[in-house]
Design a protein around this ligand. Structure first.
Ligand code: HSE
Length: 328
């Protein structure tokens, strides 16, 4: 899926006038799949998220001067980092590869968490360069570049993290080829509670263990649930959403990588969650609730449970982030 130059507006600002300018951008974490919509559904949350500071230098080419919060795990080499690689693809499309950029990446969320960590960084970088260049194109036009970053990070260019990180809210990937994304409404007063158990589950590996073939009867169950979830979003019916958020295809396999997944689900549902499932490829789990108190109680109890298993965790409670990336 290549963006051609006529797909996107030409940035207006001449490079010489930009030298010395800088911008700081935040992009949000995302919950991909939303349980039943493997690779086709995702939504953005208010926290956590990543920050990119981008400066226009006088010397053509991209450098990465600093990465924080990654425990030294991410490459500073611009040819190997998802942020610089996707920015480079964008620059090529708009004919601005002669610009000089320096990037600082501040990771504010765990890597390999199933919260769209690489997507948040990539989207922050793309939004930063688009804003610096004064490119008024629809942010959705940045999607193919962000997907290049995903492909590099985990071997597959899925869009269910990058699309909601870029557009905010709930997003459906209606089609990958041709790429078509649809922003969906969601009920007001929906809370999301996220628990990240501190175990490593790389997306690349979590994709390799999924079955390639499925039975027709399972497909019928799954697409009934996806349609039910999307209907619930449109009808503002949180209970219909909850009933529909069941995954019989991927969760049975991936749940094995998550400590005490089924016990955590039982606890969350007993405490009043309307749904519970794996966030993206895991190990983070998430639940929807109808109010903040229930969301907070669930994070506390699940965190206590993980502590009793000697597993550290991070927790977040958030409403849906409808804005996507923002300049700080
Ligand atoms: N849809 C992707 C997967 C999301 O489940 O592998 C990865 O975060």
């Amino acid at each position: 899926m290549e963006n051609s130059i006529q797909d996107i507006n030409q940035p207006v600002a001449p490079i010489s006038s930009l030298t010395g300018q800088s911008i700081k951008v935040f992009a949000p974490a995302t919950v991909a799949n939303v349980v039943c919509g493997f690779d086709v559904l995702g939504f953005a949350v208010n926290e956590p998220g990543d920050e990119v500071i981008m400066r226009v230098t006088g010397k053509p080419g991209i450098t990465i001067s600093k990465i924080t919060g990654d425990d030294g795990r991410l490459p500073l080499d611009p040819a190997k980092n998802t942020v610089s690689v996707s920015v480079q693809h964008y620059l090529k499309s708009v004919g601005r590869t002669n610009i000089g950029l320096d990037i600082e990446l501040h990771k504010k969320m765990p890597i390999g968490s199933g919260l769209g960590s690489s997507s948040a960084s990539t989207v922050a970088g793309l939004f930063a360069i688009k804003t610096l260049l004064g490119d008024n194109a629809d942010p959705a036009k940045l999607l193919p570049f962000a997907m290049k970053g995903e492909e590099m990070a985990c071997g597959h260019g899925h869009a269910d993290n990058v699309a909601p990180a870029l557009l905010g809210g709930f997003v459906l990937i209606r089609s990958y080829d041709p790429l078509e994304v649809v922003r969906l409404p969601h009920p007001a007063g929906l809370y999301c509670t996220i628990v990240f158990p501190d175990v490593d589950v790389p997306t690349r590996e979590a994709r390799e263990i999924i079955r390639n073939k499925i039975l027709m009867k399972d497909a019928v169950t799954q697409w009934g649930n996806i349609a039910g979830l999307v209907s619930g979003l449109f009808m503002q019916d949180i209970d219909l959403m909850g009933r529909s958020m069941k995954d019989i295809l991927v969760e049975p396999v991936r749940s094995m990588l998550i400590p005490d997944f089924y016990r955590m689900r039982e606890m969350a549902m007993e405490l009043g969650a309307v749904s519970f499932g794996i966030s993206g490829s895991g190990p983070s789990v998430f639940a929807f609730t109808k109010n903040e108190d229930t969301a907070k109680r669930i994070t506390q109890k699940l965190q206590q449970h993980l502590t009793s298993l000697k597993i550290g965790s991070n927790t977040y409670v958030s409403t849906i982030n409808d804005q996507g990336p923002k300049v700080l």
